[in-house]
Write a protein that binds this ligand. Sequence first.
Ligand code: PLP
Length: 375
Amino acid sequence: MKYGTKILHNGHEIDPHTGALSLPIYQTSTYHQFDMEQPGKYDYSRSGNPTREALEKTLASLENGTYAYAFASGMAAISSALAILKQGDHVIATEDIYGGSYRILTRFFSKFGIETTFVDMTRLDNIREAIRPSTKVLFLESPSNPLLKVTDIIGAVNIAREHNLITMIDNTFMSPYFQRPLELGVDIVIHSATKFLGGHSDVIGGAVITNSEKLAKEIYFVQNGFGAILGPQDCWLLLRGIKTLKARMELQQRSALEIAQWLKAQPWVAEVYYPGLPDHPGHRIQKEQASGFGAVLSFATDTVERAYHIMKKVKLWSVAVSLGGVESILSYPVKMSHAAIPKAERERLGITDRLIRLSVGLEDAEDLMEDLRPE
Ligand SMILES: *Cc1c(COP(=O)(O)O)cnc(C)c1O
């Protein structure tokens, strides 16, 4: 079965009890046990819920994985996956990791004696040099935010295997439609389902997917224990959003490429960051490890004033954090997603006050370009 078909026909799209083509929202906290001595499959919705189970099986199928767990947000998914670590463990993470992941590692997990080293993973030797005897997890995010830096996933996995590390990847930007890291040897794939999986800017959710029975048990223990589960209504919204994943990713990517090429030709644009452009430093690796380049890109204007002007003049683009929805979003990382990073560190990473990030939606690309053009 081809991937586009599998998105819609993965064996969990029909309610087994009624045949309903839209899986019912099992809005229940608990379940009557018809025979106390032979308890049924479900007993309490923190531990299991049929709507959540359908979503989790769908997510596993999309990533070509065996086990999936749905969480209340992408951050709940990331934190719950990291919660399999113990005191004294060391993490190596990519330096341009999502801001929330940076915060939870440096200000929460650090309290429990879990240390993190952040490295630029576009150079694999940086990973090797950061490994300690206590290193347990290699945490990747590729392409990264907001400069779309690409990590060689297979190269990173090979280093991790040499040193018995668990690899985790935040696959939010690509969605399983374009990149399936379990197939590249990664142990744990994580998503903010809020973005491309949901696709409609109407739900917050997260997911963790793995092929390892051992890791799956540990993650389920955290899911059930911490209880950061996704509620049935939100599971249903994700199931509904996922049905159009292929159509959205294909069309949004097509417009993203068109806009990236157009931006590149504008005299008021200093730099365009999109892995789909042949001169992007990660273009070749991205082509090998993923089937697409996604719908998020960034560009730097010639002057700071120009960046402000564009952020203020746009009418079609929403000015917001978040990405991956059907409506196009413009964000200004310095004041929004990356405001917490000190200026000197931001500048070192290339996140300047001339940088604008785009999440390209389903509007006509021509209208989106016209709206960006400075007066
Ligand atoms: C949004 C995002 C997250 C956090 O997800 P939430 O659903 O907002 O908790 C994590 N990683 C990446 C790459 C994201 O874009």
